[in-house]
Write a new protein. Structure first.
Length: 188
């Protein structure tokens, strides 16, 4: 079993080789570094404006300094692997493309209760006439709107709203109790 020190030496050696490789293409390295700084400058200022306009210290539980550290880390990783999209093997790309088709959801659609998020599902796949009509309605609609919970903060839409409504529908809460539960998420 490799000791911690041996692992450290291995990672250090790989890191040194990576830096040497990057420095072989100095112009490319400098251009990517400058581009990274530009991207960070833009995003940091956008996030500062978002936090300033929100009037709060945290948005969805994240403080500005946490967002900035995330940006620095995420952009550095992204810039370190500029050819990431090129490295996706053809068979992986084929699977990803397949998942964008209705065919990929055929078995799920046939099990019932599912309307695919894309067009192209054969009407015969649906478990019953009501689901066929719903799918036809959604595919021919010029506008589709989601329910309010999709526009609510996560603590409400996926939290207290969900709990309040499901408790009410299941009969474990009265309407007043459900409304109190939902409102408690907004009061946080």
């Amino acid at each position: 079993m490799m000791t911690v020190l041996a692992k450290w030496h291995k990672y250090r050696a790989v890191g040194i080789l990576s830096v040497k490789q990057q420095l072989q293409y100095r112009v490319d390295f400098v251009v990517r570094a400058l581009f990274l700084l530009l991207i960070l400058f833009i995003f940091i200022h956008l996030w500062k404006a978002a936090y300033a306009s929100s009037g709060t210290e945290a948005i969805e539980g994240f403080a500005l300094n946490q967002i900035i550290w995330y940006l620095v880390f995420a952009e550095a990783v992204t810039m370190a692997c500029p050819n990431l999209c090129v490295r996706i093997r053809p068979e992986v790309r084929a699977v990803m493309e397949f998942f964008t088709t209705a065919e990929s959801l055929k078995t799920w659609i046939q099990s019932g209760g599912v309307t695919p998020p894309m067009n192209g599902a054969d009407p015969s796949w649906y478990a019953n006439e009501a689901e066929r009509k719903m799918a036809d309605f959604l595919q021919s609609a010029s506008t589709i709107r989601f329910d309010g919970s999709d526009l609510m903060p996560g603590s409400v839409g996926a939290g207290t709203f969900w709990k309040g409504v499901t408790d009410y529908v299941s009969g474990t809460a009265t309407l007043d109790q459900a409304l109190e539960t939902i409102q408690s998420g907004w009061n946080q």
